[in-house]
Design a protein around this ligand. Structure first.
Ligand code: PLI
Length: 459
């Protein structure tokens, strides 16, 4: 039996949204109509929505209060100054550029920091991040430790950068041909795995030695900070806020999707210390996003983000957040369901290779498993395997990622432990009947970020 390591919700519920459960026959029809792509199922037809933790957070009473204080001026909104000073204080960067969401920041960083043909090493790819690097002429190179690609290896900091891989890239192409090095905290597609403070220090020192800039993908930085506090003895008594601040002290800047750890539903930003890069980012932000004082966000959204970012660093909040995800993972492990270990910060990843040993990777096992889980229980998840990985930009061949997973992503402050139990029971039931999961093939494959709108049918 599980022991009682799981804190109760450190909040009470003030407003609720009713969800409905369709019949299994209805869900079968819905999944077929959606081309067996969980992105194409209407929200109203979902019982428990674990598609993503992006923009699906529940805001606090203080954030809702902040919405009413939106200053919707086209230029110079007071909410922008609140957000800017909050980010400067908590992250420690000199300059902040607002964007409509994380990929807006990735696009601008690509424009100002990548010259065509330059390499952009990163600790595992992320879909939109790599897209914008490549769209700006960059060449992605994976520099995460090898163990991150193996679902069964349990390590405390499985998101760490392999310094030997960075050195080998420098030796191969020369530091001048590296646009910047990108460290994601945590690493989404590795399973929400954290990077240690020691690794950040070492990577930063290596980058400085060779004059390479280091940017962080800060999307889930507070979750990363919790793991540092929990697992790196030096930080066991350090407040989360101070850990976050130290993490960023090693970087030249960061991109941020505010839709995750900022506890909001939309927004993002780009930070940097360099004055010239900042001036160039200010030129691009007006092209793609909006004035440098809103960057695609409403004043009210910037206010909610400034408040949310501070709330996310409260110790009780982040402990509950991480341990609720861990509870779901532990229930599945206890029942023998194959998942990516250890359980990371934002999601439990089912290991579709071991879940569906009867399917080859080209039969899209994770896509098929996500579709079947929805049909069986109304729980919506997301494929993170061969479909999400896309095609090689040069050869046009499918990438074949080692990790073929289905992500059960937990929105922040939205679901209770009873919901986690329902999800666990549904997955365990499906695992007992895994032979019923049929392989899929493409019927429509979009050219870019194909997983969002692609369509499939049973083989
Ligand atoms: O969805 P955006 O544009 O606000 O952020 C893009 C983005 C950047 N980096 C990382 C690590 C992400 O996880 C990320 C977005 N993630 C989504 C949408 C997700 O479902 O995980």
């Amino acid at each position: 039996m599980l022991d009682k390591r799981y804190p109760a919700e450190p909040f009470r519920i003030k407003s609720v949204e009713t969800v409905k459960m369709n019949t299994r026959a209805e869900r079968e029809e819905i999944a077929k109509k959606a081309g067996y792509n969980t992105f194409l199922i209407n929200s109203e037809d979902v019982y428990i929505d674990l598609l993503t933790d992006s923009g699906t957070n529940a805001m606090s009473d203080k954030q809702w209060g902040g919405l009413m204080q939106g200053d919707e001026a086209y230029a110079g909104s007071r909410n922008w100054f609140h957000l800017e000073s909050t980010v400067q204080e908590l992250f420690g960067f000199k300059h902040v550029i607002p964007t409509h969401q994380g990929r807006g920041a990735e696009n601008i960083l690509g424009h100002i920091a990548i010259k065509p043909g330059q390499y952009v090493p990163g600790n595992m790819y992320f879909t939109t991040t790599r897209f914008h690097q490549e769209a700006n002429g960059g060449i992605f190179r994976d520099i995460i430790i090898d163990e991150a690609h193996d679902a069964t290896i349990n390590l405390p900091f499985k998101g760490n950068v392999d310094l030997k891989k960075v050195q080998a890239l420098i030796d191969e192409v020369g530091a001048e041909n590296i646009a910047y090095l990108c460290v994601a905290v945590t690493v989404n597609l590795a399973g929400g795995q954290p990077v240690s403070m020691q690794n950040l220090r070492d990577v930063s020192a290596l980058c400085k030695k060779h004059g390479i800039k280091m940017f962080m993908d800060a999307t889930r930085c507070v979750e990363n900070a919790y793991f540092i506090q929990e697992r790196e003895p030096e930080f066991k008594d350090t407040p989360i806020k101070d850990i976050v601040h130290e993490m960023f002290s090693y970087a030249d800047g960061c991109t941020m999707s505010g839709k995750k750890d900022c506890l909001t539903n939309i927004g993002g930003f780009l930070c940097m210390n360099d004055d010239d890069l900042y001036m160039s980012a200010r030129e691009w932000v007006v092209v793609y996003e909006g004035m440098p004082s809103y960057g695609g966000m409403a004043g009210r959204d910037m206010e909610a983000m400034a408040i949310g970012l501070r709330e996310s660093m409260q110790e009780e909040y982040i402990e509950h957040r991480i341990k609720q995800v861990r509870y779901l993972g532990d229930r599945l492990l206890e029942a023998g369901v194959p998942i990516v270990e250890p359980v990371g910060g934002h999601a439990v990843f089912l290991d579709a290779r071991r879940f569906c040993p009867h399917l080859t990777q080209d039969q899209l096992p994770a896509q098929a498993l996500a579709a079947q889980l929805y049909i069986d229980s109304g729980v919506r998840s997301m494929e993170r395997g061969i479909v999400s990985a896309g095609r090689d930009k040069v050869t046009g061949e499918d990438h074949h990622p080692k990790l073929e997973t289905v992500r059960l992503t937990i929105p922040r402050r939205v679901y209770t432990y009873a919901h986690m139990d329902l999800v666990a029971d549904s997955v365990i039931d499906l695992y007992k009947n895994k032979e019923e999961i049929k392989g899929l093939k493409w019927v429509y494959e979009p050219k870019m970020l194909r997983f969002f709108t692609g369509r499939f049918e049973h083989i």
